[in-house]
Ligand binder design. Structure first.
Ligand SMILES: Cc1cc2nc3c(=O)[nH]c(=O)nc-3n(C[C@H](O)[C@H](O)[C@H](O)COP(=O)(O)OP(=O)(O)OC[C@H]3O[C@@H](n4cnc5c(N)ncnc54)[C@H](O)[C@@H]3O)c2cc1C
Length: 478
C-alpha cells in the first residue's frame, strides 16, 4: 500500500481545516501541508452555514457570567477584526479567481412579541457589551421597517442595529479557500481519515479509508462533528465526546416585498439559534436555522423543526416570505462538545492538535482559529491565548446542576410560548417548567455523575440510547 509523508496533516476540509491549511501555507511556503477530505464534504456544517459574522449579536445574558463564554466572546471579537484582511489575503493568493468575496455589513436584531424574559435579557446584554467595547449600535423603532411585515400580534417589540456586524456567502468563501489552498501548494487528498496512527504515545500520522498511510510531524483534527469517531480512538477519558448539532436552512428567491437589506435576526435564545435571514444578493435570501443536538449524526432535519422554522419566519419576520420560491435547502452537522465550548490547541498526545467543537459560530471564528493553530504548528512552545479550550480539559461547567435544569425548563417554556402556547388564567407555566426540571435531573442521573450541561445537551442525553449513555458516563467517571 502507498505511503506518503507530510509535515502537517489536517483532517477535515470545512472552513476550519481549509483556513488552517491556507494560513500555515501562507506563513511557511516550504511546509508540506496535506488536507484530507472528500470534495462533496459529507455532513459539513460550513457549507450549510448562514455565515453571519456576528459577535455582539451573539451575546446573551450568560456571556459575562463565566471566563469560558468571555473567552469565546474575545475570540469572536478577534475574528471580526481579522475578516477584511483575511479576504484580501485570499483574493491575493487566488489572483481574483474566483471573484473576491465581499462582506455585507449591517445586522438588525429584532425581539419578537412572543419572546420570553430570555430574549429581553439577551437584548440588554448586547447593548451592554456594545457600550462596554465601544461598538456602534442604534436603537431602532421596530414599527417603522418596510421590509418586515409580520403577522398580526407577532410584531417585534424591540430592535437594534449593529452596523459592523456582517455576513458573507459561505459557499463563496469555501470556493475561495479551496482555490487559495490549491494555489499555495497544499496537497489535497480526496479521502477520509479512518484512524490515527499512534506510535508509542505519539500521534505520527493517519490511515486513510483507502488503506494508505500518511506519516506526519503534526496531525490537526478539524473534521467537524465527525471528529467524534477519531476521539473515540484516544485513551479513554482524554477528550470529551463530540455531538452533532443538526441544522437546516433554506435558500429562497423573493417574489414579493423588498426583502431584507442586511442580516435580520432574533437574539440567541436559550438552547437554540433563533431565526436569521441573510440576503445573498439578487433577491436570494438564506433563511436559517434549526438546531437539534444528537450524540450521533442524523440523516436529515426533523420535519417538525422545519415547520417551526418556516412558520416562524412568515409569522415573525415577513408574511410575504410565504410567496418566495424555494431554490434549495442546506443541512449540516455543527460540531458540538459535551460542554459546548471549542476544542482548540494541543491534544492529549504529542503530535496531535484540535480545531473543532465550534458549534454555532465556527465560520465567523475561522480566521482567528487558523491564526492560533498556525502559531502552534510553526512556533513550537507557544500556546494559544485560549488555553481554557485545551482539548484535554475537564468539561467546563458554567452553572450548577440545578441552574442547568432551570435553563432546560426555560427553553421548553420559551419554545412553547413561541409556538403559541396559551394557558387559562388560573394556570401559569410553572407546572410545565417543573416537569421539564424533573426531566433534566433524570438525564443527569442517567449519566451517574452530577454535571451541569447546556439545555440542548440535556435534550440529547434524554434521547440517547443506553449504550451511548454508558459511554458518556464512562468518560465522565474517568
Ligand atoms: C445551518 C447552520 C447555520 C450556521 N450558521 C452559522 C453562522 O451564521 N455563523 C457562524 O459563524 N457559524 C455558523 N454555523 C456553524 C459553523 O458552520 C460551524 O461552526 C463551522 O462551519 C464548523 O467548521 P468545521 O470546518 O469545523 O466543520 P465542518 O464544516 O463540518 O467541516 C468538517 C469537514 O470534515 C470532513 N470530514 C469528516 N470526517 C472526516 C474524516 N474522517 N476525514 C477527513 N475529512 C472528514 C467533512 O466532510 C467536512 O467537510 C452554522 C451551522 C449550521 C449547520
Amino acid at each position: 500500500m502507498a505511503h506518503r509523508t507530510a509535515d502537517v496533516v489536517i483532517v477535515g476540509n470545512g472552513a476550519l481545516g481549509l483556513s488552517i491549511a491556507v494560513e500555515t501555507a501562507l506563513r511557511d511556503p516550504a511546509l508540506r501541508v496535506a488536507l484530507i477530505g472528500l470534495q462533496n464534504r459529507p455532513g459539513a456544517a460550513s457549507g450549510a452555514a448562514g455565515a453571519m459574522l456576528n459577535c455582539y449579536a451573539e451575546v446573551t445574558a450568560h456571556t459575562d457570567e463565566h471566563p469560558a463564554p468571555r473567552a469565546k466572546f474575545a475570540l469572536a471579537r478577534e475574528a471580526a477584526r481579522l475578516w477584511p484582511g483575511w479576504l484580501d489575503r485570499l483574493a491575493e493568493a487566488t489572483r481574483g479567481n474566483p471573484a473576491p468575496v465581499k462582506i455585507k455589513r449591517g445586522t438588525l436584531v429584532v425581539m419578537g412579541a412572543r419572546t420570553t424574559g430570555d430574549g429581553a435579557r439577551s437584548m440588554r446584554a448586547i447593548r451592554d457589551a456594545a457600550e462596554e467595547h465601544g461598538e456602534p449600535f442604534q436603537d431602532v423603532d421596530p414599527y417603522g421597517l418596510d421590509f418586515l411585515e409580520p403577522e398580526q400580534g407577532e410584531q417585534p417589540v424591540d430592535a437594534l442595529y449593529l452596523e459592523n456586524e456582517a455576513a458573507v456567502d459561505a459557499r463563496q468563501v469555501l470556493a475561495a479557500l479551496d482555490a487559495a489552498a490549491s494555489a499555495l501548494g497544499v496537497t489535497r487528498v480526496a479521502d477520509e481519515a479512518a484512524s490515527l496512527t499512534i506510535t508509542g504515545d505519539t500521534v505520527t500520522g493517519i490511515r486513510l479509508s483507502s488503506g494508505e498511510d500518511i506519516t506526519a510531524g503534526a496531525v490537526v483534527l478539524a473534521a467537524g462533528a465527525a471528529t467524534a469517531r477519531l476521539i473515540e480512538q484516544l485513551p479513554a477519558g482524554s477528550v470529551q465526546p463530540m455531538l452533532s448539532g443538526t441544522g437546516m436552512a433554506l435558500e429562497t428567491r423573493r417574489v414579493r416585498g423588498p426583502g431584507m437589506p442586511y442580516v435580520v435576526r432574533t437574539p440567541t435564545l436559550v438552547g437554540g439559534c433563533g431565526l436569521h435571514a441573510v440576503p445573498l444578493g439578487d433577491g436570494i435570501e438564506y433563511l436559517g436555522a434549526t438546531n437539534l443536538v444528537f450524540f450521533d449524526p442524523q440523516d436529515g432535519p426533523r420535519l417538525g423543526l422545519v415547520q417551526a422554522l418556516l412558520s416562524g419566519f412568515i409569522a415573525q419576520f415577513d408574511r410575504r416570505l410565504g410567496l418566495s420560491a424555494v431554490r434549495r435547502w442546506h443541512y449540516g452537522l455543527r460540531p458540538v462538545t459535551l460542554d459546548t465550548f471549542p476544542l482548540l490547541g494541543r491534544g492529549p498526545l504529542p503530535g496531535l492538535f484540535f480545531a473543532t467543537g465550534t458549534y454555532r459560530d465556527g465560520f465567523h471564528d475561522s480566521p482567528a482559529i487558523a491564526r492560533h493553530l498556525a502559531d502552534l504548528l510553526l512556533k513550537p512552545g507557544d500556546d494559544t491565548p485560549y488555553a481554557l479550550f485545551a482539548p484535554g480539559r475537564r468539561p467546563i461547567e458554567t452553572t450548577t446542576v440545578d441552574e442547568a435544569a432551570e435553563r432546560f425548563a426555560e427553553m421548553a417554556v420559551l419554545v412553547g410560548v413561541e409556538r403559541g402556547m396559551r394557558l387559562p388564567y388560573f394556570l401559569d407555566t410553572e407546572p410545565i417548567a417543573a416537569a421539564c426540571r424533573r426531566l433534566a435531573h433524570e438525564s443527569v442521573e442517567r449519566l451517574g455523575t452530577p454535571i451541569a450541561l447546556a439545555p440542548e445537551i440535556l435534550g440529547a442525553v434524554s434521547e440517547a440510547d443506553a449504550e451511548r449513555v454508558r459511554r458518556v458516563a464512562a468518560y465522565l467517571k474517568s
